[in-house]
Design a protein. Sequence first.
Length: 359
Amino acid sequence: MNYQAIFENTYKEKKVLLTGHTGFKGSWLLSWLYHLKAIVKGYALPAEYDNNLYSFIHGDMMCDSVIADIRDKERIKATVIDFQPDFIFHLAAQPLVRRSYEMPLYTFEVNINGTAHLLEAIRHLQKPCSIVIVTTDKVYENKETDYAYKETDSLGGYDPYSASKAAVEIVVSSYCNSFFNTNNFDNHRKAIATARAGNVIGGGDWATDRIFPDVIRALQANQPVAIRNPKAVRPWQHVLEPLSGYLLLGAKLVEDPIKYSGAWNFGPYDDDTMSVEDLVKYAIEFFGSGEYEFTEPARQFHEASLLKLDINKTIQDLNWRPKMNATEAIRQTVKWYKSSTTEPVLQLMQQQILQYQQS
């Protein structure tokens, strides 16, 4: 699908509230919305890393940036009411599994309470609004079998991060049933959907304890890539894949708010999953040099060894489908990191967005 016309017709000169705009995915979505000429207000904590993507793309030039905590219920309420958004994309979160073991209460507070504060603020918004709440592919009760999870499967979560995001899905469902029921849409005029995606790779991610930033740091330093779970299988996808899904979902919520409310999976095709070891092998191949080694982490936390998503509902009802396989996603990501040492980062992002949008 060529997204350009759909996205331009939907978002041009529309007010978009983007939470988590200073993060990795948030920065990519901000750049895309800016390209679409949307009027963006960002709401997030300061970017976490010195070499963060948001600073490199001069994100403050693309939006009215509110630096605040999503747990501050009065601040997020005031932001929503003052801005009067047409769309809300909620990406603000504590997004790391391993950090959730170290900071479980913080993870629950940010992910669950933060989302509840946003939804409560939306209750006071007296205008139509389409809202996409981003969760994760890890919301399912993962039995680690060769099974692709559907949107109707049971929610769960072994680690605090996964559990917090499954709880977010329940909180959203409760608000939708109680206050934004589709049977009463003409009165509240709020269309809400959740987007379940994960294992995203792409240029500009420098988070700790995420595989691709670890790979790039090691390769750039001419050191072996340390792999702690080589056989773990994940539905890897380039960052533009789920972001295109979020934008398409937002557009569809305007078209038919009742039909497109609810939960949606965004991931690769069922036969396109890849192990961590294979991902690292491809990254080294595309980088042009390097080696890897297996390592035992200082603290061993449980991490799922197998995770797959069923995207048939999204393909059939939303008419969204992946444009890159895992190998191409790795190729494009390595290309971005290598090019970013000599080319302007924002230019690289816009080139990849335009190429993807028109493909």
